[in-house]
Design a binder for this molecule. Structure first.
Ligand code: AMP
Ligand code: GLY
Length: 423
């Protein structure tokens, strides 16, 4: 069997989960990562490339006989790394830059949704600050202000009052989110539980993955600032069959609309939904796997991820390639004290092996670093994602938290209510 060497870009828990799953493929050859993290570098080699530099990534991949480049985060996608890799004739998992606009520009995504007649919050888009402020005053109540471009998970202000909305508009136009805020989208405020649905696609065929629910706020009870995600579970029991059908239909329509517009979306499309009283509505699309959603979706998946990714690139994705466990998965993020604000790094982490040895547990590394002595230290805000799978939801939760207690580092911070809502 001819082995395929893989280059995976990214450094989060999502990428560690992708790497583990890819490494289980019988055809997986040498594994390279850039930049990677402590956990990833225990199972792969570092590739000396800047993950956001299309030419550098594509040239290195070609020179080193890479047979598949997998792009984890949004920034390289929006920068056109997939385009450059494909231009060298190398298979790539992740959309080209034009398709990645589904995440790279909220206004672009809104226009596609309107054309595809997908349910989403009503909105208006502004490049003129005075017009934007006038509109927010006219709404005279709750609304959501969003910087148009990539803002690393920030850039969304859920405003209960006109003052908060005006403050959000000011932040965007004053450059708090860099260039991302030079166009501002103002949306109707929706309410209801949130649900993420990831789907794999080759631009024509769409394969929805399991539903999951992220916990975005930093502290218990959904208090505190928004983060990249503090924990997640899958599947989401609150989702009815009707709601799931609507969400799957949305994913299909969006991919079909892009195709009609001459854009092949190849990779993972992430739909962020709110389950409103009028049915599921789209909050946002991302052009990649979710983090930490991936850490609960992949452990329940039975598929050869390498073959699936190659078929997404080749346009030969089969609807029946993935089977699912009946198990439940819960993942709890262990973060550094202070996250999502400033935090200290370099804290020695203990207990990972002991936690990972427990039944049903996988410990995914995010902000970690492996030193020369082979010791793992903290190196980021979100440090580890501790995932448990079990036959019941309650058991998965118990296993995850028992494993979290075995791991220690100075300043360890985590939510104690991940999945509590679903019980
Ligand atoms: P986004 O990055 O667009 O998903 O926004 C981040 C978070 O802001 C979402 O997960 C929601 O909790 C919230 N949000 C975004 N858009 C809306 C909306 N139209 N109505 C209510 N909440 C929203
Ligand atoms: N967990 C949210 C995201 O990946 O965007």
């Amino acid at each position: 069997m001819e082995k395929i060497d893989i280059l995976l870009l990214g450094a989060g828990g999502r990428e560690h989960a992708l790497l583990k799953k890819l490494s289980e493929s019988p055809r997986a050859g040498r594994l390279f990562v850039s930049p990677g993290n402590g956990g990833m570098l225990m199972m792969a080699e570092a590739a000396p490339v800047d993950q956001e530099n299309p030419a550098e990534v594509a040239t290195w991949a070609a020179d080193n006989g890479i047979g598949l480049v997998v792009i984890g985060p949004e920034a390289p996608l929006v920068a056109g790394v997939a385009d450059a890799v494909r231009a060298k004739g190398i298979p790539c998992f992740g959309p080209n830059a034009d398709a990645a606009q589904m995440e790279g520009s909220k206004e672009f995504a809104k226009r596609v949704m309107a054309k595809a007649q997908v349910p989403t919050a009503a909105y208006r888009s502004f490049t003129d600050r005075a017009a934007c402020e006038a509109y927010v005053r006219e709404l005279a109540g709750p609304c959501v202000v969003k910087a148009d471009g990539l803002a690393a998970g920030k850039g969304v202000i859920v405003a209960q009052t006109t003052e908060e909305a005006l403050d959000g508009v000011a932040q965007c136009f004053d450059g708090a989110f860099g260039d991302a805020g030079s166009t501002v989208v103002v949306e109707e405020m929706l309410s209801g539980p949130e649900c993420s649905l990831l789907a794999l696609t080759d631009g024509t065929t769409v394969v929805p993955l399991a539903t999951s629910q992220d916990h975005k706020r930093a502290y218990d009870g959904d208090k505190g600032p928004n983060t990249g995600g503090m924990g997640v579970y899958s599947p989401v029991p609150a989702v009815s069959e009707d709601e799931l059908r609507t969400m799957v239909d949305v994913m299909n329509r969006v991919v079909a609309q892009l195709k009609e517009d001459g854009i092949t979306y190849s990779g993972c499309l992430y739909g962020g939904f709110m389950l409103t009283e009028d049915g599921p509505k789209v909050l946002e699309f991302n052009a990649r796997f979710g983090d930490p959603e991936t850490q609960v979706v992949l452990p329940r998946m039975h598929a050869d991820l390498l073959e699936v990714f190659l078929s997404c690139d080749a346009g030969t994705l089969d609807t029946n390639v993935i089977q699912w466990d009946d198990d439940w998965a819960v993942s709890v993020v262990l973060a550094s004290a202070g996250y999502p604000g400033s935090y200290e790094s370099g804290k020695r982490i203990t207990g990972i092996d002991e936690a990972a040895a427990q039944t049903g547990i996988t410990v995914y590394h995010a902000g970690t670093k492996l030193d020369e002595a082979g010791v793992i230290h903290t190196a980021g805000g979100r440090v580890l994602a501790v995932t448990a799978v079990a036959p019941t939801f309650a058991e998965a939760r118990e296993r995850a938290y028992a494993a979290c207690d075995l791991i220690d580092f100075e300043g360890k911070q985590f939510r104690t209510d991940i999945g509590a809502r679903a019980l």
